[in-house]
Design a protein. Structure first.
Length: 299
């Protein structure tokens, strides 16, 4: 809600400040990854939906890819299934894959569609399975074995990574004024359902669309250094350093890997943002003070 005490002049100034950005971004595609940790209270969800609908209203094509890690974790716990992660990826057996699909494509996906509808927008919720959007392939990972000092192969089960993106369904929805909302589930050439890390899924889609901006909304201010201070700008080499010295761990690893892959594939810039901050995305896009961590090919 706008502060009622804000002077009319200041309100007008904010709108005028947005003008060059509105001109620059009209017709461009923005991929927005909405993480499970960022899905906070109903007010934050309503703010997020308003931001996405506003982008569409000013001629930008937003494409939402969502996560839901914590929500899958809660469901697995209720069902008495244990969660295990390797490098931020959930080890996914056949039962876990089924539950992940239920939570992601069944529940969260439709919730986001409802929020967007409530904000006055039109959205269609799909997963990577629909219209052959994302073809997945099983992920392989190596884990260092501290006892033997060698790499050990870890089987993550039905964890997939996108190997091909068919953008046509996104293009037709966007052309028809509809906001695509995508769950990170894909299908393999082997016919299996694969659970895909939502950051990886969003990055592959951003790359396939040649997006101008790729936003990753999470539950931290951005990438933090060892002292807990916000790092405002990164390039691929700096990301590699942060990973090598252990500054980034857990879910931040696939997040930054995907940002690097996206900018190397031609996305102009990726931004890790605090999705709990009201209208974080609008402030980042339409005002001079940026927020979060910006990842570009060159700093
Ligand atoms: N250097 C770092 N800076 C910020 N967050 C970090 C860092 N290293 C690890 N993290 C963790 O990464 C998390 C974000 O990734 P993740 O949990 O996968 O979020 P999401 O569900 O939004 O994708 C943060 O909440 C934080 O705990
Ligand atoms: C393989 C893998 O780890 N898949 C993720 C998919 C959801 C996700 O990535 O959600 P967030 O963006 O909220 O973390 C998972 O099962 O948690």
């Amino acid at each position: 809600m706008t502060d009622p005490n804000l002077s009319p002049a200041l309100k007008a100034e904010t709108l005028v400040e947005a003008l060059p950005y509105l001109q620059r971004y009209a017709g461009k595609t923005f991929v927005v990854k909405y993480g499970g940790h960022a899905m906070g209270d109903p007010e934050a969800q309503a703010d997020f939906a308003e931001d996405v609908v506003l982008l569409k209203a000013v001629g930008i094509n937003p494409v939402v890819v969502h996560g839901g890690g914590p929500q899958i974790g809660r469901m697995l716990k209720r069902l008495g299934v244990e969660s295990r992660f390797v490098d931020g990826l959930r080890v996914t057996d056949a039962e876990t894959a089924q539950i992940a699909e239920m939570v992601l494509a069944g529940s969260i996906n439709k919730e986001i569609v409802s929020w967007i509808a409530r904000a006055g927008g039109r959205a269609v919720g799909i997963s990577g399975k629909d219209a052959g959007l994302v073809q997945a392939e099983k992920v392989g990972r190596n884990d260092p074995d501290p006892l033997q000092g060698i790499e050990r192969k870890v089987d993550l089960g039905f964890v997939g990574e996108p190997v091909a993106v068919d953008r046509r369904i996104i293009d037709s929805l966007s052309r028809d004024g509809i906001i695509p909302v995508i769950a990170p589930i894909g299908i393999g050439a082997d016919g299996h359902t694969y659970n895909i890390n939502a950051d990886t899924m969003a990055g592959a889609i951003a790359a396939a669309l040649g997006a101008s901006r790729f936003f990753l909304l999470t539950d931290v201010a951005g990438v933090l250094d060892k002292q807990g201070q916000l790092v405002t700008d990164l390039d691929p080499a700096a990301v590699a350093d942060l990973r090598a010295d252990g500054t980034i761990t857990g879910g931040m690893i696939p997040k930054l890997e995907t940002c690097v892959a996206a900018v190397e594939a031609g996305v102009d810039a990726a931004v890790v943002l605090d999705g709990r901050v009201p209208h974080a995305m609008l402030l980042e896009i339409f005002t001079k003070r940026g927020a979060g961590t910006l990842i570009r090919k060159q700093r």
